[in-house]
Design a protein around this ligand. Structure first.
Ligand code: NAD
Length: 239
């Protein structure tokens, strides 16, 4: 596999993370939108990809057949169902990259044909403003070449590093979920309301909502409001 790839790239799942990565990789101009295809069962999620010039479909197997690099970007609980669906179309030429939180390489490899090349990636939403922090791990049949291809492809998304899989969960808590706890540039450049941005990062019952729960228990929001109020009050006293 060439490390300056001109490969077709597919996304299964047309949600926030697939959109963030797509925007990130297209912004460099090195990847043409026509090289990218995205699938989702509902048309609702596909419009913003069409606006980027990316091909869209409702068929996950069409994405696999048309692409060499396939990102799995559905919610973690859907991974077994999606892999059962696409497994017959996956060949040893494909590179499968999962962004699903909490789904291990061992699970992915078990659910795919024996020769499949798998990588696990933990990205975060600031990819869409080129400020992402991305960590990936190689599956047992992935080599340095696949790592180099992924790194080159994702370079416009932000900082991309390879590391052992044991680091991925920490990275999920720190960078994947961390966006919900504070992300200035993304907030400024995306034009999203802070509550919308926070919701984009949260899966019900997922990692981020657990982190937010801890912040709420610690009273962070009330403490921040209290701090502004106290400082305002003090300013009035002094004025
Ligand atoms: P999302 O709900 O925004 O998107 C999920 C997409 O999957 C939707 O477009 C939905 O229509 C589609 N989908 C549902 N069933 C499908 C099926 N059977 N086949 C194909 N597509 C299907 O979710 P998201 O926030 O983009 O998260 C996607 C994955 O990315 C998750 O596994 C999550 O752990 C991971 N992730 C998300 C973030 C983040 O900040 N959002 C960060 C790191 C990792």
């Amino acid at each position: 596999m060439d490390s300056k790839p001109d490969l077709n790239i597919g996304f299964i799942g047309a949600g926030n993370m697939a959109f963030g990565i797509t925007k990130g990789i297209l912004c460099s101009g090195e990847v043409q939108p026509r090289k990218v295809m995205v699938s989702a069962p509902s048309s609702n999620n596909l419009g913003r990809f069409q606006e980027l010039g990316v091909a869209v479909t409702h068929s996950n197997t069409e994405v696999v057949t048309a692409s060499r690099l396939v990102f799995l970007a559905v919610k973690p609980h859907l991974i077994p169902r999606v892999l059962a669906e696409i497994a017959p179309s996956v060949t040893r030429e494909h590179v499968i990259i999962s962004v699903a939180a909490g789904v291990t390489i061992a699970t992915l490899e078990e659910l795919l044909p024996p020769e499949s090349v798998v990588l696990r990636l933990m990205p975060n939403l600031p990819c869409m403003v080129q400020e992402g922090a991305l960590l990936f791990s190689l599956g047992s049949r992935a080599g340095p070449q696949e790592g180099a291809v992924l790194k080159a492809l994702l370079a416009p998304c932000g900082l991309v590093e390879e590391g052992p899989e044991v680091w991925i969960d920490t990275h999920t808590g720190l960078s994947g979920s961390g966006v919900a706890f504070g992300a200035g540039r993304l907030l400024r450049d995306s034009g999203r309301h802070p509550a919308q941005l926070r919701s984009d990062v949260c899966t019900p019952g997922g990692t981020t909502i657990y982190g937010l729960h801890a912040l709420e228990l610690g009273g962070l929001r009330a403490a921040a409001m209290g701090a502004v109020e106290a400082a305002t009050e003090r300013a009035r006293e002094m004025g």
